[in-house]
Design a protein around this ligand. Structure first.
Ligand code: ZN
Length: 655
C-alpha cells in the first residue's frame, strides 16, 4: 500500500484540525482501509475556554460522517478530562456512555462522538488513526490469526482479542496497552476488527498506518495469499431478468417491503459463486462485525429465500436468549448464485451499493485468508450482539421514514427531455430507481446519480429495447413502474397529403414500439412486489383530434386503446394501467418552434394565446404532467385502472 501523503497539500492546511481532516481523507479515500463509515480518527488539541483556561479537547470523528469526505464539522470536540475520568469507571452501559460523550462535547451542534472516543482519549498521542484495513483482517480472521499478527509485527504491536466496540473495548485496550506497550510499540491490532496507529504529527500517524498495512500485505504475499487467482468460470448464456426479478419478489416478500437488487456477473463475482467450497467459505460470517447491518451474518446461497428466512428465525431465537429484542426483517442482503453471480439488496440503491462494496472486499479477504490457513469469522453470538446493538441499529434508522417509492423501480421512455425527463425527476424525488431511456445520447450527460440508469436506445429497435430492459433488471432487480412517454408528432399534414411512410413512421414509434415494450415488461411487472403500474402518456388529440395531425391523433388513440385492453387483461396480475392526456405542454421535444407556429396558426391564435388557450387560462408544464404520472403510480390511485385523465387546463372539446 502506497502512502498518499503530499507534503505540499499538507502544508496548505491552516491548523491542526485541518491537518486532521487532510489525513483522515487520505485514509477514508482508500476502500481497502475504510468502507462506508468504518474507521475513525482523532486529534488532541489544547484550547482556551471562554474564561482563559487551557482545556484539552479530543476532536474525534462524529457518527454519520465518512472518513473519505469528512470536514471540520465532522469532528466532535470532547473534553479530554471527562473522557479520561470515564475510562476509570469499572462499568458503563452503552446508553450511559453515549449520554456522557454527548455531555462532554463542547459544541452542542457537533455530531455524536464516535463510540470509540474513550479509546482514542486513552492513547497518549496527538493523532490517532483507526481503520478496518482489509490486509489486517485477512491476517486476523484465520484460525492462527494471532500467530500471523505476531509473525508479521513481532512485539511492535499490542494485540487486543476481539471484544465488542464500546466501553469494554476501551477498558481492555487501556489495560493491555498499559501492560504491554513499550518504546518499540507502534500500533495496536484489534482481532477481527482493525488497526490503530498514532503519532505526534498527522503524517507520523498516517505513515505508520500505511507501513503496518503494507507489512501485512507483504506477509500475505510471502505466504502466496495476496494475489488472488481467478479460476475458470462459466458466464450466463441467456437473459437473466426473469430469474433476478423472481428472486427480488421473494426477497421483498420476506422483508415486507420492496428492495433494490443489483446483480453482479463479473469475473470476481461469478468465479467466487462457482467455487466448489462456496458453501463452506461463504457461510462463516462477515469480515468485521460492523458489516453485519449491511450484509447480514450470512449470504443466501442459491435461491431458496424461504429456507433463508427460516434459518434467520432460528439464528434470532437462539442468540436473542430471551432478551426483549425485535427481530429485524429476515431477508438476505447478499445472494450468491452460481448462475447469476453475486446479488446485493437494499432498501435504496445506496444501501445495495454499500452491500456490494462490502461484499467485494469480503470476497477478497475470504480468499486471502483461505490461502493463509483458512477463513474464520467471529462466533455467531458475537456477530448477533453487534447486529442487535442499539448503536448499530441507530445508524440504519437515522435516515427516517423511507420515501413512498423506496425500493421501487421505474422505466421511462423518451427520458432526455420534456415530460420524460420530468417523470424521471418526479419518480426519483419519491425514492424510486429509474431507468431513463432515450434515443438521444444526451440522456447520458443529463443524469449522473446512482438512482438513475441512463440508457441510449431506439424504442423501435426490438433488440435495443430488450437489452435496455435486461440492463435495468441487472442494475435494480426488476420493474414496478413503466412510463410510456416517448412519442413523435411528425410534420403537420392534411390527410390528402399524408403519405404511407410518414403514417407508418409515427405508428411505429407511437404504437408498435409500445406494444413491444408492454409485452416484454409484462412478466416483470407481474413480479413487482408492490403491484405493477403503467402510465401511458396519451394526448388531448385522443378525445379531441386536430386537423393536420391525423397520424399523431390516430396513433395516440390506438395507444390509448392498447392501454385500456392491457388494463383489462392485466388486472388479474395486479397491474394497473392508466392514461394521461396532456395538452399544450410546450417545454417538450416535439414542440419545435415550427410546429408551435403552425398549430397556433391553424387555430387562428398567436403562440402566446395558444399556450394558455384553455378553460383555466394556465400553462401546463412537463413537470405538471410528470407529477400526475408519479401520483398515478402511488397509493392515491391504488384502486384505479384503465382511467384516462386529462391534464390540459380544461378543454371545451374534451369536457
Ligand atoms: Zn473500528
Amino acid at each position: 500500500m502506497d502512502s498518499l501523503w503530499n507534503e505540499q497539500d499538507a502544508e496548505q492546511q491552516a491548523d491542526t484540525l485541518a491537518l486532521r481532516v487532510y489525513s483522515s481523507r487520505l485514509l477514508g479515500g482508500d476502500p481497502a482501509l475504510v468502507l462506508h463509515g468504518g474507521g475513525n480518527t482523532s486529534v488532541k488539541i489544547t484550547e482556551q475556554t471562554l474564561f482563559g483556561q487551557p482545556e484539552a479537547i479530543l476532536y474525534v470523528k462524529g457518527s454519520g460522517w465518512d472518513l473519505g469526505t469528512i470536514a471540520k464539522p465532522g469532528f466532535a470536540p470532547v473534553q479530554m478530562a471527562h473522557l479520561l475520568r470515564l475510562a476509570t469507571l469499572s462499568e458503563l452501559s452503552d446508553l450511559q456512555m453515549a449520554t456522557e460523550l454527548r455531555r462532554a462535547t463542547t459544541n452542542p451542534s457537533a455530531p455524536a462522538p464516535s463510540v470509540e472516543a474513550i479509546l482514542h482519549a486513552i492513547l497518549p498521542f496527538t493523532y490517532v488513526d483507526h481503520t478496518h484495513a482489509d490486509a489486517l483482517i485477512a491476517l486476523t480472521n484465520t484460525p492462527d490469526g494471532e500467530a500471523h499478527v505476531r509473525r508479521t509485527y513481532g512485539d511492535r504491536v499490542v494485540i487486543i482479542p476481539y471484544i465488542m466496540p464500546g466501553f469494554a473495548l476501551a477498558k481492555l485496550c487501556a489495560k493491555l496497552y498499559a501492560e504491554q506497550a513499550g518504546p518499540q510499540t507502534v500500533g495496536m491490532v484489534l482481532m477481527n476488527h482493525g488497526l490503530f496507529t498514532w503519532g505526534a504529527t498527522a503524517r507520523a500517524a498516517y505513515e505508520q498506518h500505511i507501513q503496518l498495512v503494507t507489512e501485512a500485505e507483504q506477509y500475505l504475499a510471502a505466504n502466496a495469499a495476496w494475489q488472488i487467482s481467478v479460476p475458470e468460470f462459466s458466464t450466463p448464456t441467456g437473459p437473466l431478468r426473469q430469474e433476478i426479478a423472481t428472486l427480488r419478489k421473494d426477497i421483498s416478500a420476506a422483508a415486507g417491503f420492496p428492495l433494490i437488487i443489483r446483480a453482479h456477473s463479473d469475473a470476481q463475482c461469478l468465479s467466487f459463486a462457482q467455487r466448489p467450497n462456496l458453501a463452506i467459505i461463504a457461510r462463516q460470517g462477515p469480515v468485521t462485525p460492523d458489516h453485519i447491518i449491511r450484509t447480514k451474518q450470512l449470504p443466501l446461497i442459491g435461491r431458496d429465500v424461504a429456507g433463508y428466512v427460516a434459518e434467520y428465525g432460528e439464528y434470532f431465537a437462539q442468540h436473542s436468549q430471551g432478551r426483549p429484542l425485535k427481530m429485524i426483517d429476515p431477508a438476505p442482503r447478499v445472494v450468491i448464485d452460481p448462475q447469476i453471480g453475486v446479488l446485493t439488496a437494499g432498501r435504496t440503491i445506496k444501501d445495495a451499493l454499500i452491500a456490494e462494496d462490502i461484499y467485494r472486499h469480503t470476497i477478497d479477504i475470504i480468499l486471502r485468508a483461505e490461502a493463509n490457513g483458512g477463513y474464520r469469522a467471529l462466533p455467531s453470538q458475537d456477530l448477533f450482539d453487534v447486529e442487535y446493538w442499539d448503536l448499530e441499529q441507530a445508524k440504519l434508522k437515522k435516515s427516517g421514514s423511507p420515501p413512498v417509492f423506496a425500493g421501487q423501480i421505474a422505466l421511462v421512455t423518451g427520458a432526455a427531455s420534456g415530460i420524460g425527463k420530468a417523470c424521471v425527476e418526479a419518480l426519483v424525488a419519491r425514492g424510486a430507481a429509474v431507468a431513463a431511456i432515450d434515443i438521444n445520447s444526451q440522456v447520458q450527460q443529463i443524469f449522473h446519480r446512482p438512482e438513475i440508469l441512463p440508457l441510449v436506445a431506439d424504442i423501435t429497435d426490438p433488440v435495443a429495447i430488450e437489452a435496455a430492459i435486461e440492463a435495468t433488471v441487472c442494475a435494480y432487480g426488476g420493474l414496478d413502474m413503466l412510463i410510456l412517454n416517448a412519442g413523435m408528432f411528425g410534420a403537420s399534414r392534411q390527410i390528402a397529403a399524408l403519405d404511407d411512410d410518414a403514417w407508418q413512421q409515427i405508428m411505429r414509434v407511437n404504437v408498435d414500439s409500445n406494444l413491444r415494450l408492454l409485452r416484454i415488461a409484462h412478466p416483470l411487472l407481474k413480479l413487482s412486489p408492490s403491484g405493477g403500474r403503467v402510465v401511458v402518456i396519451g394526448s388531448k388529440n385522443v378525445p379531441a383530434p386536430g386537423p393536420g395531425a391525423a397520424a399523431y391523433s390516430a396513433s395516440k388513440a390506438a395507444l390509448t386503446q392498447l392501454a385500456r385492453v392491457a388494463a383489462l387483461e392485466w388486472g388479474k396480475d395486479g397491474i394497473r394501467v392508466n392514461i394521461l392526456h396532456p395538452n399544450a405542454v410546450f417545454d417538450t421535444a416535439i414542440w419545435t418552434e415550427e410546429v408551435l407556429q403552425t398549430r397556433a396558426a391553424s387555430y387562428g391564435l398567436s403562440v402566446e394565446q395558444y399556450k394558455t388557450n384553455n378553460i383555466l387560462r394556465v400553462e401546463v408544464t412537463s413537470r405538471d404532467v410528470a407529477e400526475l404520472a408519479a401520483e398515478l403510480c402511488g397509493a392515491l390511485f391504488a384502486k384505479t385502472t384503465g382511467a384516462q385523465i386529462p391534464i390540459d387546463g380544461g378543454n371545451e372539446r374534451v369536457i
